[in-house]
Each structure stands twice: as structure tokens, then as C-alpha cells.
Design a protein around this ligand. Sequence first.
Ligand code: NAP
Length: 518
Amino acid sequence: MIFQASRLIITVNHLHSLKSINRVWLQGDFRRNMHLLLNKTLINGEWVSSSSNTELAVTNPANGSIVGHVPDLDVHDVNKAIDAAHKTFHSNEWSSLTAKERSTLLKKWYLLLESNRNEIASIMTMESGKPLAESLGEITYGNSFVEWFAEEARRVYGEIIPTPQKQKRLFLTREPIGVAALITPWNFPHAMITRKASAAIAAGCTVVIKPAEDTPLTALALVKLAEEAGFPKGVFNVVTCSRKNVAAVGEALCTSKQIAGVSFTGSTEVGRILYRHCAEGIKKIGLELGGNAPFIVFESANLEKAVTGAMTSKFRNCGQACVASNRFLIQDTVSDAFTAKLLTAMKSLQVGDGKDQGVQIGPLINTAQLHKVSDIVEDARSKGAHIVVGGRPIPGKGELFYEPTVVANITPDMRLYTEEVFGPVVAILKFKTEDEALRIANDTNRGLAGYFYSENLNQVMRVSRKLEVGMVGVNEGLLSTAEAAFGGVKESGIGREGSRHGIDDYVEIKYICLGGLD
Ligand code: NAP
């Protein structure tokens, strides 16, 4: 076990990978042998530059160095990508494939993703700053969706309905919607793509992927391996672009008549814009948006387990996870004991460059994110919160590092109560009764994940039911898995990813009425 806070995603199997990646890094020019570190993007089976020949630099948030360049595509290029995906969707080469054949292609992709995990992890750590161990953990998680949907592809069943009229037979089939636009964030540059793309492909769709400006290199590595797996040209297309072009690119993806559906993971604010765009064409949309997860510790809780869960759900990816716990509600009778144990656990956290052995907390992704975290903590400080530990950037480490922080005495007027902090900040509130805890937990327009710790079975059943969220972790701080449905309620989104429901966004039910029978 190398990092308790990420205990479930960093297994002993990762240790070998970690050692070999670190060796490569220590040897100096670790990029020399990387065949997945690309500087062109994939459209219609060709690796291309942007038509304007402009590029976008990708930097390492740990030290500001340039990791690589990718094409900065504009609307003109996006339309080419959409066109390619549309032609391929209707081509015989793709549309005539059986579910089993699509499943086989997904399995080949999965095996290539597995055998190239070290190289993908290196790229991910360089562009996102997350510790190598976490990059490997994300690859295990992200690849599991490809494996899962390779299996699910063969189970996209229809229905035969008992007929009410003797001369008719009624059938429902589930048909692929067409081209799916997939827009993904930087915090999980691998898994957010595979969770969508493998479901879409399993259903029989083709895709146009728009990765985040900060992390396009992982996306390119993934589709390079999809190409090697033998997918026909035009099934995968990637639109890399800068923030300068993103609004126009997003609008083009959502309003093109050739795009049948959009799946977006990112902030609620951008999700709202894309939802509006999609309304114009009455387009199918899946939205995985921001959260404001409560983490409740009741007095019956096992505090050791609660602290372990808190460390996992708060500090993974430097707190930059949509399911990260945001507000820690601790019953007043155990509040001091929980806080003391948490502070002890936090002492062992190592902050630094994600490529260095033993580092558990990397930098924040960019300057905007650093300012957001700093401003939210300053807002709490100015309104009377108690900064128990941390509460400042760590300039000595690099420009984007922030101290693991605990802030107590949070009140509803503070941004730490109402907003997703998306950083390594634990915000603590005390409560007296279960009703009060539920009232505070549900006092938000977000409803993605919620966690609580209790050894009281009746309380477990009651609170699980009453929390207004899409996902509940009971005595558990890490709940995502390919087999389960991921998604939120309220302004945290629409639809579910993963599980057998993950294909629903990419299929339409077609009713066939066979009449005129004897
Ligand atoms: P974001 O600003 O909404 O960006 C997400 C993606 O949308 C990026 O690719 C971004 O491109 C793109 N984008 C931005 N403006 C756009 C526009 N006008 N039209 C089309 N695309 C646009 O979110 P973020 O800051 O990257 O990610 C953090 C947020 O994502 C948090 O709120 C987090 O909770 C949420 N999230 C949710 C889940 C989930 O499953 N529910 C998972 C992970 C993250 P650029 O990079 O070029 O800006």
C-alpha cells in the first residue's frame, strides 16, 4: 500500500508500473520513445493539423514546461470532423458490422490500452499534474469502461410485445442514434472519454470528441490506440482546440444537423449553455455536471473508516473531482475526535510534482483554478471561518500548488458552503440531529454524490433514501465503477454513464409494427 488516501485505486499491481515509469523518467529524455505523444489530431482516419495551421501549447502544471503542441481547430475543421463521422456512420463498412464485431474491436482497443498503460500514465501526469499512481488508477478505471461496453455491445436487446390485434406483431428495437459529440473535462482526461466513447461505439454510433484544452494529449493517445485496434476511419474524430475557439466549436457541435446527440461532462454553467444549443435541434443530451457533495459523519460512525473515506474522497486528484466531498458535516459529539484524526492523517500527505515517487497531491490544473480555490478560502476567512491548517498557495513548490487545508465553522453565507471548491480543502460544519444534517446536505441545487458514515442500520436506510443525490456512498468514500450507474440529480445533470444504462444516451427505441398477418 503506497498511499492510504487512494487506497482503492493504487494497488500493489501498480507498484511495478510506477517503478518502471520512474526509471524512464530518471533516465532523462523520457519522451524519446513515446509513440503516443502526438502533435496532430485524428479526423477521418488522417492525422492532421488545423486548417489555419495554428497550434496550442500544452503545459505541465507542476512546472510550467511545455509538454507538447496540438492543432488549434476552429469551426471549419470541426465541420470536417462532423462530416467524416456522419459519412462513416452511414457507410457499409461501419453500419453493417454486427454487435459482436463492434465488441471485438472494443476488446482489441481495451487490450492496447492495457498494454500501453505506462506511456499513457506518463502523458497524463505531464499534462494534468496528477500523481503517477493516480494516473495509473485512472487508466485502470477508464479502461474498465471499454471492457464493460465491449461486453454490453452484445446485449443491446429489443423487445417483442404481446399483440392486442391478431393480424399484427409488435417489435421494439434499439437503434444507434448516429454521430455523438463527446465534450470532456481535464480532471479525468482518460476515463471521461472512454466512459462515453465506448458506450457510443457499443451502440453503433460514431464520435467526435472534444477534449479539454489543458489535457488533449491523453485524448490523442487513446484514439491512436483505437486506430491501431482497427476501427474504420471516421469512427473516432478528435477536435483539439483552445479556449479562444471553444464557444464556437461547442455551438457547432450542438447545432449541426449531422450530430444526433451530445454528451458533456464539465461545469453546470457550460452544461446549461450546451443544453440551450441542443434545444434548438431537439437533440438528445447527456449532462454530467458539477457537484457539492456532503460527507456526513454520524456519532455511531467508525471514525477510523470515516477518516480513511474522507481522505480518499477529498484529496484524490488534489480535490479536483466532481464527486469529491465538498462539505463535511460532523455530528457535534464526534466533531473534535474526527477533526483530530483527520489532521493526523493529513500530516503524511506529500505535495509535489506528480512524477516524483511518493507524491500524493499534485498542482491544481491552471491559474484560474488556483485563483478560484484561493478566493473561496479567503471568502470563508473574511466571514469568520477558522482556518485549522493550510489555507494558502505554496509558491516554493511551483505556481499552482495549494496547501492541503481544513476550514472549520462554515456558515451558509460562505462560498465554501454553496460552491464546489475543486481543490484540497476540507470545509467542516457541525450538526446536532439527523434532520439538521439532511437539511444542510440537501441545501444545494447540486445533487451528484453524497457520503455518510453510520453504523446504525435504520439510519443507513433512512439517510440513503433522503439524500437528494444520484449516488450515495455509505461507509465508503470511493464509489465509481463501470458496473454502476454514474450521474446526478438537480443541476448535476441528466442521464447516467456506466452500467447497463450507459448505452441509453446513444440509442433510440424504434417500434416496428408488422401487419397484414393471417
Ligand atoms: P468546463 O469549463 O465546463 O469544461 C468542460 C469541457 O467543456 C472542456 O472541454 C471545455 O473546453 C469545454 N467547454 C468550455 N466552454 C465551452 C463552451 N462554451 N462550449 C462547448 N464546450 C465548452 O469544466 P471544467 O472546469 O473543465 O471541469 C470541471 C467541472 O466539471 C466541475 O464542475 C466538475 O464537477 C465537472 N465534472 C463533472 C463530472 C461528472 O461526471 N459529473 C466529471 C468530471 C468533472 P476548454 O477546456 O477548452 O475550456
